[in-house]
Write a protein that binds this ligand. Structure first.
Ligand SMILES: [Zn+2]
Length: 157
């Protein structure tokens, strides 16, 4: 009986230790994607907490290098990533976005350019690019794919 409790206690400690640390998510402000996206990030990267930078259609904003808001977003991301020991930065775009109304290919193009803008922050945390559906459920992890060359991508207007 004592051995059984010990096994349960050890298993519990291992399970709890898996969910430590913090992720940083850059996503659209749309409340409909929050729940599923945050659960998926917690599950995929084993983090307990998620810092958030949210603006409507943020992937479209970061994809345009001429906007002054980009510097503010980059400085915020650098500060949060370094001060909170962020394990991973998740750059997230969603289908059906009112802030960046484009199709799947348009979001993928924006994600590639957004990823470059975030990597320019020179944070030690790796950046991943996620495309989720209108409910926040993960469709594709773009950063695992190498089929798009951003030099030839047409940004949505
Ligand atoms: Zn949106």
């Amino acid at each position: 009986m004592r051995y059984c409790f010990l096994v349960i206690w050890v298993w519990l400690q291992v399970w709890i230790s898996r969910y430590k640390g913090c992720a940083l998510c850059l996503r659209c402000s749309d409340r409909k994607i929050r729940k599923h996206a945050e659960l998926e990030i917690q599950y995929q990267y084993g983090v307990a907490e998620i810092d958030l930078i949210a603006l409507p259609g943020i992937d479209g904003i970061l994809a345009r290098s001429d906007l002054p808001a980009i510097t503010l977003i980059q400085n915020s991301a650098t500060m949060l990533a370094d001060k909170h020991s962020v394990k991973v930065i998740v750059m997230l775009a969603h289908l059906g976005c009112l802030g960046n109304p484009t199709d799947e290919e348009g979001h993928i193009a924006c994600l590639h350019l957004s990823g470059k803008a975030i990597q320019a922050c020179e944070s030690y945390a790796p950046t991943v690019l996620w495309l989720v559906d209108a409910d926040g459920k993960l469709i594709r992890e773009i950063s695992r794919e190498t089929t798009v060359t951003i030099e030839h991508v047409q940004l949505p207007t």
